[in-house]
Design a protein. Structure first.
Ligand code: HEM
Length: 152
């Protein structure tokens, strides 16, 4: 866990000096589908996303962000996005990350909290550590499109 968060923190620090515009969603990191397989394919991603939301709802650091939100839709979009990134051949059809998280007031700490909840969900579902890191490394640069000034 510590190593994963360290890797993620390095990506976040490196992010501002990389290309100015990040792609609207993370790129495909495993075109041959091996990463998708490591996540258990579609059913695995659905289980991980369900567990992620169990963790989020029990997490006082970020649960309030998701009150009054259409959770089934967000879950569907996450599965689709993770499927695309891991090489499962899906095409993400949701909003780009900047638009989806605009004006929510997500802090860096909230972002890390969600990543921890995602790690717990991946652990529970037996996703190998290296595979977890590949997904998190792909998501890390997107944080700058999600983190923003306090809402309101
Ligand atoms: C790994 C990082 C994250 C990913 C990959 C991600 C992905 C997504 C996706 C795919 C959607 C649905 C977009 C659509 O409706 O088309 C969404 C919506 C949303 N996300 Fe995230 N998200 C991340 C981090 C966060 C964090 C850290 C928070 C808050 C703590 C958050 C709060 C929300 C909320 C509240 C919505 C619903 C917004 C709305 O419909 O108005 N997300 N996210």
């Amino acid at each position: 866990m510590k190593i994963t968060l360290l890797a993620l923190a390095s990506c976040l620090i490196a992010a501002p000096v990389m290309a100015e515009d990040s792609p609207p969603v993370a790129p495909v990191v495993s075109p041959d589908g091996s990463l998708y397989k490591a996540f258990g394919g579609h059913d695995g991603l659905v289980r991980i996303t369900d567990d992620l939301f169990v963790n989020i709802e029990a997490d006082p650091r970020i649960s309030s962000f998701f009150e009054q939100q259409k959770i089934p839709h967000i879950k569907d979009m996450l599965v689709e996005q993770f499927c695309e990134i891991t090489g499962g051949g899906c095409v993400y059809s949701g909003k780009d990350m900047k638009t989806a998280h605009k004006d929510l007031g997500i802090t860096q700490d909230s972002f890390f909290a969600l990543v921890e909840d995602l790690q717990k969900a991946m652990d529970k579902n037996g996703v190998p550590f290296a595979a977890q890191n590949q997904l998190l490394a792909a998501l890390a640069p997107q944080s700058r499109d999600m983190v923003g000034p306090p809402a309101g």
